[in-house]
Design a protein around this ligand. Structure first.
Ligand code: HEC
Length: 100
């Protein structure tokens, strides 16, 4: 009985969506987003994603672009691939609002 406890705790955390992995997420930003926006995010097929070029965005508006993409453009929706909490992290990371 006692040995089940850690397992239950882990399941609970995953359900709450609180398990963010900053290393994996920043890799995703530079590799996956970078495949279109440039490895240094200065722009490529997609526009420059450095914070100085995102001043027209709030964390909320950026998060919705990330989750839903931009219709009729190459910018894909990431909702199938990341949670709201992860998209929120990425938005803040890009804005450098709370970059770890
Ligand atoms: C398949 C290519 C592709 C990938 C992968 C991609 N994007 Fe984009 N993204 C684009 C394109 C193209 C645009 C410009 C769309 C337009 O014409 O408005 C864009 C636009 C954006 C914008 C709007 C910028 C602005 O000034 O409003 C944001 C923010 C953005 N992408 C973030 C991301 C993030 C974060 C990721 C990774 C999670 C990502 N993109 C992955 C192609 C891509």
């Amino acid at each position: 009985m006692r040995s089940l406890l850690p397992l239950l705790l882990c399941a609970g955390m995953a359900q709450a969506g609180e398990t963010l992995d900053p290393d994996a997420l920043s890799r995703l930003v530079h590799q996956d987003c970078g495949s279109c926006h440039g490895l240094t995010l200065k722009g490529g097929l997609g526009p420059d994603l450095r914070s100085e070029n995102l001043s027209h965005h709030t964390p909320e508006s950026l998060k919705s672009v990330i989750l839903d993409g931009i219709p009729d453009t190459a910018m894909p929706p990431w909702r199938p691939l990341m949670s709201e909490a992860e998209a929120d992290w990425v938005a803040r990371y890009l804005l450098k609002a709370e970059a770890p």
